[in-house]
Ligand binder design. Structure first.
Ligand SMILES: [Cu+2]
Length: 135
């Protein structure tokens, strides 16, 4: 009766060792303009799993607060609204880019040479990426 146990363990190991379910590409963090307490971040999030994943919180050790925003045109005026959650559908990608969804990075610390962005879904941190803030 040993064989079935071995098979199950092998399957579990295969699940755990694959690429992470969510990956980030084209990560850009803007250095705040002089005197500004706010900056923006852009990236593409890809969900390689077969389950939809809802990002409901973003944090960064280098910023006091991070919000997910979306730029919308209302009555010909560009406005930003905060998003409580961003869903990344299974096998799909969501872009954060100028004029669309973006990260609003508030209350910057002094050292932005390495900025870490942490994406949370419920109680889990599902992704952490680091990038140097640029102009
Ligand atoms: Cu914004």
């Amino acid at each position: 009766m040993r064989l079935p146990v071995v098979v199950i363990l092998t399957l579990l190991a295969a699940c755990g060792s694959d690429a992470p379910p969510v990956v980030a590409t084209d990560v850009v963090v803007k250095r705040p303009m002089p005197g500004m307490q706010m900056s923006a971040g852009y990236l593409t999030l890809r969900n390689n799993s077969d389950t939809d994943i809802a990002i409901d919180r973003v944090t960064s050790p280098q910023f006091g607060k991070v919000e997910m925003h979306e730029t919308v045109i209302e009555d010909g005026v560009s406005r930003m609204r905060a998003l409580g959650e961003v869903s990344v559908p299974a096998g799909s990608a969501v872009e954060f880019k100028p004029g669309g969804k973006h990260l609003m990075l508030m209350r910057p610390g002094d050292d932005l040479d390495s900025v870490t962005l942490e994406f949370h879904s419920g109680e889990s941190m599902i992704l952490s990426v680091s990038v140097t803030a640029g102009d």
